[in-house]
Structures are given as C-alpha cells and as structure tokens.
Design a protein around this ligand. Structure first.
Ligand code: TRP
Length: 466
C-alpha cells in the first residue's frame, strides 16, 4: 500500500514541502495588509503567539493522524474506526476545493504581474489593478497555466513531484526575500516602515484584531482542512513529528515576518498608508517599483512577483494534493487521472471567482452580508465560507477528535514513534493540554463568532472585548 502511495524520501524534504504549503500568498500578500489594518506590531505579536500556542499543537495532531493511518483525510478517520468522524475529511475536501478555486485566481494575478513587469508594464494604483483583474481572458489564461503547472507537479507524485519542487523553490524563495530586504533597507523612510512594523501600540489590540490574527495564523499554517494529515500520511515512522512541526512553524512564521521587512520599507518609501487592505501589494507596490527607474524597477519588481508566484505555487500544490489523495486512496484511480480530473473540476469551480473582479458586475457584487456596507465579490465570499468558517470548524473538530475520540494515549503513542524523548516531556504535556482545552475553546469561539458576524451581522467579538 505504502509503496503505491509513495512518500517523502527525506525528513528535510517533508519539512520543505509542508513549509511550502504553509508559506504562500497568506504570508507575503495577506500578512502585511493584515498587519497594516491591525495597527502594525501589535498584530504581529498576537500572530506570533497564536502560531506557537494554538497552531503548533493542531499541526502536530494533523501530522500524527496522517502518519498513523497513511491515508487521506477521509480514509484516515475511517481507518481509525470512526466512520462518522470522516465528516472532518469531507469538510476538508470541500475547503480545499473552495480555497484552491479562488487562490489559483489570485496566484494568476501575481504571475501575470510578473510577466507584465518583465515586459516593462506596471499597473500602478487601484484603478489599474481593477482594469487588470477585469481582463478575464488574460487572467484566465494565467490561471490555466498556473493550474496546469500545479497538476503537473502533483501528477509526478510525492518524492518525484511535490518534494522535488519544494526542494528547489523554497531555498530560491528564501534567497529572493533576503535580497529584496537588503534592497528595501536602502530606500528612504525604510526606518519609518520598520517602526510601524516593529514597535507595538498595545492600544491597537481590539476584539477584531485578535480575531483576525488568529484566523491569519491558522490559514497561514495550512491547518484545519487535512492538508497536513495528507502530507503526514507520506511521512516515515522514524520521523520526529514534534520537531518537524516546530521546524515547519518556524519557517512559515519566519517568512511572514521577513515579508514585513521587505513590504513596509517599500510602502513607506512612497509615503503610502499601510492600511490599504488587499490592494496593498497589487495596487501600491508596482508604483514603488516603477519609481526605481527602468532597469532596476523591472528587476526588483519582476523578482518580487516571481517570489509571490513561487510561494503561491507550493501552496496550490498542497491544496490540489488533498482531493487527489482522496480520489487515489478511496476510489482506486491512478494518480495521474485523479489529479488532472480534480484540477479541471476545481478550475471550473473557480470561474465565478475569476469573473468577480471586474468582468461581471453581478459576480462582483455577489452578496451583501448583514452588517456590512457593500456587497462583496464572489471570490471574497468563497473566502468567507472556506477560510473563515470551514477551517476553524475543521481545526476544532480535529482537536476534539484527537484527544477525546482517538484518545490522548493513542495520540501520544504515535508521537513517541521516531521521537525517543517526547514521552513525559513538557512539550508533550503542553501539546496535550493545548489540544484538550486551548484549541477547542479558541477555535470553537472563533467559529461561533464568525458565523454570527458574517451571516447574521452580530458582532459578538466587539461585545465581548470591546
Ligand atoms: N497556507 C497557505 C498560505 O499561507 C495557503 C494554504 C495552502 C492553505 N494550503 C492550505 C490554507 C490548506 C489552509 C489549508 O497562503
């Protein structure tokens, strides 16, 4: 069985692949604008705390379930003997399909910006960004290319596809970020940017900031949909789960933090407000790059958007791998057929998202959620359903399952495989404690708060925390 499914050939290969899943648009595109909206350093502090306190234990649980069962998220719960709990797996499949459907579109924007800048074209400002995303034929073309690239890697299997891609892309990405940071530091006002980023104003920590830091941490680490159950299912028994999870968390957090060191000096060098929201990267950065002059602007700008595309690519790979593994394991279809079939289906699901940024007015103003002033595009709505609602629910159920259904003893037994020191250690006690109490409570609260907020317009968080 294992021989057929394949697996990661080395521990570092697994860590890089899982870190590749985690490091993505969430780190480089979303993290800086969330920091900008959340008042800067205070958000960063919350984000870091949530990554280690809450997310790390959930990651350990996911990898353990995967490695124990050597199966996809649906099969995993069944094979442990809890058929009903495979609902977590189905929820994860739905999340994966929905997230990839719009994530691929945003990845296509980044990839398209890379190509445009190489050709000396800069879309500067919100209007140009709007005109750019409205060109659905062009973006659609890039989205097709991005999905084909993703499916190609996934079709090559674990060690020959996913692991290989991560081993090349992750170090490259790291070098690119470091290079861009060094350059960003030389810009005028770089220090202003760093100050905003690094000096916390604790008065900025309000209910909604806590809440979005938690959501960001969770999304950024690829948790709650079984992506790490799936990757964990390809991990050898002599692999140390806890220390691997720690490395993955560190890399992901590290890249997010580094992204800030690059973005805020860029943004402040042009005297731009850092609270621009999702447009922060796409609408403002091209202007920064253009101002660097023809040659330098093209080099730095193209490098930046290539970096963003690489980061997105290792994430789309992990998102496609989850439904692919499900089809391969549970329906005995070949990997090649499964992955191309799933990729086509997800692309089709993503078409309304593709059209919702300027091409179609009705999709652009798809739904007005209660308590908000404007209707939101279809793409954003899919994000609300999958990222904001399904992922915390998935995480909540995974924590509860691990401790109270599968049981702590069995979980700890799996942790001890490949880790001689974990038994009785404070780290094990902490992971157990967090999964028993902290994770279910925080994730349960976040799920309930989201449902009330997004779907009923009731701001429980502000009522609780002010
Ligand atoms: N973590 C990725 C990012 O930060 C996105 C992602 C990839 C993801 N796979 C996932 C999010 C699985 C949740 C679940 O961009």
């Amino acid at each position: 069985m294992t021989a057929q499914r394949g697996g990661f050939s080395t521990r570092i290969g697994f860590i890089l692949a899982a870190a590749g899943s985690a490091v993505g648009l969430g780190n480089i595109w979303k993290f800086p604008f969330e920091v900008g909206k959340g008042g800067g350093a205070a958000f960063v502090v919350m984000y870091l705390a949530f990554c280690f306190i809450l997310c790390f234990p959930v990651m350990v649980a996911e990898i353990s379930i995967g490695r124990k069962t050597q199966l996809n998220p649906v099969g995993a719960f069944k094979s442990l003997g809890y058929k009903r709990w495979s609902i977590i797996g189905y929820l994860g499949l739905a999340s994966g399909i929905l997230i990839l459907s719009f994530y691929n579109v945003v990845a296509a924007w980044a990839f398209g910006y890379f190509i445009d800048i190489l050709n000396g074209q800069f879309s500067v400002g919100g209007e140009a960004f709007g005109a750019y995303t409205a060109d659905w034929i062009k973006i659609g073309g890039y989205a097709v290319i991005f999905m084909i690239g993703t499916a190609f890697v996934v079709s090559k299997g674990i060690s020959g596809g996913i692991e290989k891609a991560a081993k090349i892309l992750m170090p490259t990405l790291f070098i690119m970020i470091l290079g861009l940071i060094v350059y960003a530091m030389t810009l005028p006002n770089a220090m202003e940017g760093l100050k905003f980023y690094l000096v916390p104003e604790f008065s900025e920590i309000t209910g909604p900031v806590v809440y979005s830091a938690l959501g960001q941490a969770f999304f950024s680490l690829s948790l709650g949909m079984g992506a790490l159950i799936t990757y964990g299912s390809y991990v050898a028994k002599d692999n140390n789960i806890v220390s691997s999870a720690a490395s993955i968390t560190l890399v992901d957090v590290g890249v997010a933090v580094l992204a800030g060191f690059m973005i805020f000096p860029f943004v402040f060098s042009q005297g731009i407000e850092p609270n621009g929201g999702p447009g922060l990267i796409f609408a403002t950065l091209p202007g920064v790059f253009q101002s660097l002059g023809d040659v330098l602007g093209i080099v730095v700008g193209a490098l930046f958007f290539l970096l963003l595309s690489f980061a997105a690519f290792t994430s789309t790979i992990s998102l496609l791998e989850v439904p692919t593994a499900y089809v391969v394991d549970e329906h005995k279809v070949s990997r090649t057929k499964a992955c191309w079939g799933v990729a086509i289906a997800i692309f089709v699901v993503g078409i309304p998202s593709l059209l919702s940024y300027g091409a179609s007015e009705s999709l652009g103003e798809f739904i007005q959620l209660p308590g908000t002033d404007n209707p939101m595009p279809f793409l954003d709505f899919v994000g609300v359903i999958a990222n904001d609602t399904f992922l915390p629910l998935g995480g909540f159920l995974i924590a509860v399952f691990t401790i109270y259904v599968w049981r702590k003893e069995n979980f700890n037994k799996e942790l001890a495989e490949g880790d001689a020191e974990i038994k009785g250690s404070w780290l094990q006690s902490y992971v157990n404690f967090a999964l028993s109490y902290i994770c279910p409570i925080l994730l349960g609260v976040i799920f309930i708060v989201t449902v009330f907020d997004k779907f009923f317009g009731v701001k429980l968080m502000s009522m609780l925390l002010g």
